[in-house]
Each structure stands twice: as structure tokens, then as C-alpha cells.
Design a protein around this ligand. Structure first.
Ligand code: GLU
Length: 333
């Protein structure tokens, strides 16, 4: 399977910002959203904002509102989204569940998906088994081998299965606009992956592909923590018979200790930095400087970076922040 030469439908670049409203956005999110926005705008393309609130346990409406506010404060805009509407809505995943259900039924009917009764404990037990490229366990296909009778028996006992995609042993190759040529086996990516959890929540992999397809997204720019999701998503494009978008996976932003920024980095959220007196142009200018887009750290507006922006100019190594980053940003003005 080769996607190197696949061209997205249509001529107009359509990029997207796809935040998950599970917390406030931090400098790492700002980095990825800024670059995704610049990649679309520098190609005179459109930007779609999609709220990825698929997981009801983790998503909160107040975070969704705060994220929209923070992104606008940063100086980013979008042509379609939950707050501005558009021709490809709804733009919240929680409002798109029927589409996911229909697609999953199609995959089941085609014999491409199977119920998985493995418990969390059993899956955790796989931790000692071989690992995928991103360190997660490879699903060994236990439930693929269940006979019809065993499946029926488990269902009769009231067990609620997850649903997995039968991925096969294929390889997927694609050309990443930042990370360069990529090639993965499905085992590298964890093997047969879930389309729907046992509690009925649809999986990120499924939702993101269906949404990007239906929203005519031609360019996906995101952090390289998602790199091993891309082959899984490309496989879904293939099964749905849709042309995939082009992908760019950006190096991550790390704290001074080399840790990925996460929700616990409260002081590095845009909200906290703003409260500490940091300006949006200081954040944009600092990130642009670390991305090699400007020569020195100075306040800049996103639109000032559009001309001449090129994803291939971005660094390939992680961006490590200094320990006193809040002070550095505040001093920029
Ligand atoms: N919603 C995902 C996140 O916030 C991003 C998914 C994507 O860009 O494909 O991590």
C-alpha cells in the first residue's frame, strides 16, 4: 500500500485545527495550531476548526469555549467552525455520532471489524508482550480468533465488546511534509485498533478520518505524537475509498526537563501566561523564532508570518523550552 503519490481532491488547500476540549491549551498546542494555520493560509487555503469532544468522560464545554477564545486571542481565525458555522457542519464530534455509527456498520457488514471482549486487565497484561513503535502493546488478535459460538456465548453473558478493525499485515508508506518519508507495518502501529470502545464511545481514529473526509480536509498538520496514528488513518481512507490528505507531523514542544507539555503544565497554558502579563504576539514571535521563521524572538502577529512560510523549513527536532519561559515571554513585551 503506497500513498506517496495520492493527491487530495480539489485544488484548494483545506487545513484544520482540531483541539480536544479536555483542558486549557498550552504552548505545545499553540505551536501546532500556529503551524497548521500558517500552512493553510500560506497556501491561500481555508481553515476549519473542529472540536474533538468525542470522549464524554474527558471533554468539557467550558474548555471548548476557552480554547476558541485562546486561539482567537493568539491571532488565529477560521472559515468554518462551531462558532461560525459552515457547509460541512456540525463541527463538534459529539454532534456527529450517527455518521460514525453508520460507517462502523458498513465496516462490520464488510467483515472488516470484529467484537473484542478483552478486558482492560487483559489488555494491560499485554504490556510484557512485543510493543509497537510508540511503546504501546500490539494487540495480538485474540478476539479475531473467537468462533461464532464463543462470541454468541459472551454476548449472552451480557459482555459488552469493543469493536476492532481487522488491519491485516500490510505496510503503509507516506511522505510527511515535515518528517519526510515514512513506512510502517500495522504491527508498528499496535495491530488491530479499536473503532468503538466497549462503552460505545467511538475511537479517535475513526472519528478523525470520517470528519476530515466529510469536511474535505486536504492537509493535516499536527504533533508528531500522533505519527503512528497516521498509518491507521490511511488504512481507513483506503477502506472508505477516499483520497487521504497530506500529512505534516511537527516536532513536539518539551519543557526544560525534556518532558512533553501536558495538562499538568498549568503555568504554560495560554490562559496562565496571559494572566501573567504575556502578550499573544510575544508567544507567536517566540514560537516562530524557535521554528526558524524569524531571526530573533520579538513580538509578531500570525498574519505577518504567512508570506514565505514553508513547512519544510521547520526543525525536525523537539523544541525544548527554557525553565524560565514565562519570564522570557513576558520580557518580549
Ligand atoms: N484532537 C487531537 C488532539 O488534540 C488532534 C487530532 C488530530 O490532529 O488528528 O490531540
Amino acid at each position: 500500500m503506497q500513498n506517496d503519490t495520492a493527491q487530495p481532491a480539489g485544488n484548494r488547500v483545506r487545513g484544520r485545527l482540531a483541539p480536544s476540549p479536555t483542558g486549557h491549551i498550552h504552548l505545545g498546542n499553540a505551536w501546532a495550531f500556529l503551524m497548521a494555520w500558517l500552512a493553510a493560509r500560506s497556501a491561500e487555503g481555508e481553515v476549519v476548526l473542529r472540536m474533538e469532544d468525542i470522549d464524554p468522560d474527558r471533554s468539557r464545554p467550558e474548555f471548548a469555549d476557552a480554547i476558541l477564545r485562546d486561539l482567537r486571542w493568539l491571532g488565529l481565525d477560521w472559515d468554518e467552525g462551531p462558532d461560525v458555522g459552515g457547509a460541512h457542519g456540525p463541527y463538534e464530534q459529539s454532534a456527529r455520532l450517527e455518521r460514525y455509527a453508520a460507517a462502523v456498520e458498513g465496516l462490520e457488514r464488510a467483515g472488516l471489524a470484529y467484537p473484542c471482549f478483552c478486558t482492560r486487565k487483559e489488555l494491560r497484561g499485554l504490556a510484557s508482550a512485543p510493543h509497537a513503535g510508540d511503546g504501546s502493546p500490539i494487540y495480538p488478535g485474540t478476539c479475531l480468533r473467537l468462533g461464532a459460538e464463543e462470541r454468541e456465548g459472551l454476548l449472552r453473558q451480557g459482555r459488552r465488546p469493543a469493536l476492532r478493525l481487522s488491519c491485516g499485515q500490510g505496510e503503509l508508506a507516506f511522505h510527511d511534509l515535515v518528517a519526510g518519508p515514512q513506512r510502517f507495518t500495522m504491527a508498528d502501529c499496535g495491530g488491530d485498533f479499536a473503532l468503538r470502545r466497549s462503552d460505545g464511545v467511538f475511537a479517535y481514529q475513526l472519528a478523525v478520518v470520517l470528519d476530515d473526509m466529510e469536511m474535505n480536509i486536504t492537509q493535516v498538520v499536527r504533533g508528531d505524537d500522533i505519527l503512528t496514528s497516521t498509518p491507521r488513518q490511511l488504512l481507513l481512507y483506503e477502506l472508505f475509498g477516499a483520497p487521504p490528505p497530506r500529512h505534516a507531523h511537527l516536532p513536539l514542544v518539551l519543557d526544560a526537563d525534556g518532558e512533553r507539555l501536558a495538562k499538568r503544565h498549568d503555568s504554560l497554558t495560554l490562559a496562565a501566561l496571559r494572566d501573567a502579563g504575556v502578550s499573544a504576539p510575544a508567544i507567536v514571535g517566540y514560537l516562530a523564532w524557535r521554528g526558524g521563521l524569524v531571526d530573533s524572538p520579538r513580538p509578531v502577529l500570525p498574519r505577518e508570518l504567512v508570506a514565505g512560510f514553508d513547512l519544510s523549513l521547520l526543525p525536525r527536532e523537539a523544541v525544548r523550552l527554557p525553565a524560565d519561559i514565562a519570564g522570557v515571554l513576558a520580557a518580549l513585551g
